[in-house]
Design a protein around this ligand. Sequence first.
Ligand SMILES: CC(C)(COP(=O)(O)OP(=O)(O)OC[C@H]1O[C@@H](n2cnc3c(N)ncnc32)[C@H](O)[C@@H]1OP(=O)(O)O)[C@@H](O)C(=O)NCCC(=O)NCCS
Length: 183
Amino acid sequence: MLPEVIETERLKLRPYRLEDVEDVLSYASDPEWARYLGPVPQPYTRADAEGFLANQLSQDRTKRASWAIEYAGSAVGGVNIGFDLENRVGTIGYSVARRFWGNGLATEAAGAVIETSFAAFPDLNRIQATTDEQNAGSVRVLEKLGMVREGVLRQDQYLRGRFRNTVWCGLLRCEWEARRNWT
Ligand SMILES: CC(C)(COP(=O)(O)OP(=O)(O)OC[C@H]1O[C@@H](n2cnc3c(N)ncnc32)[C@H](O)[C@@H]1OP(=O)(O)O)[C@@H](O)C(=O)NCCC(=O)NCCS
């Protein structure tokens, strides 16, 4: 079972709380933050933030775990991993409030979830992620995590008036372990 709280050098990854509503509303109502996130409604309302939090609190953590990224006392984003247990695959996602972009927070949070997931589930063999090809920050996060860019699905999504290409990235347990031993 994955821990509810993961501490990193600068971050506390912990379960979302209903009291995070102001923080979530503040970053998720930023259209730049939501630009590449298909399911996020725009404009984003307090009811959307409340619905998001209610959904996080009701999750079955054996199939999908999510954490708020707490930094300097506030929830500044989120990181999650969902599991396809039959195929021994995890899929991660992450976000950080725009005012904190470029400080390595997403990479630190996602790296901690990858490390913790491989440690918690000895059978887990692969962790993957997808991102819009235009989402340069996210593409770079995956690269910094050591993920292998495996392919691009061309125009597989139509979002906010344009077709998007989706980049698929994957990281095998052996690659993560080799990297850990190397760094
Ligand atoms: C994508 C996202 C999570 C990155 O968060 P972050 O905390 O800024 O990420 P990091 O600081 O760990 O790494 C970002 C990297 O991208 C780089 N980057 C950011 N914008 C860039 C751009 N337009 N072109 C090139 N590189 C860019 C940064 O310089 C940094 O790389 P570096 O450390 O080598 O300098 C953040 O932008 C975000 O939350 N976006 C909205 C939600 C989202 O799109 N989530 C991902 C869905 S797949």
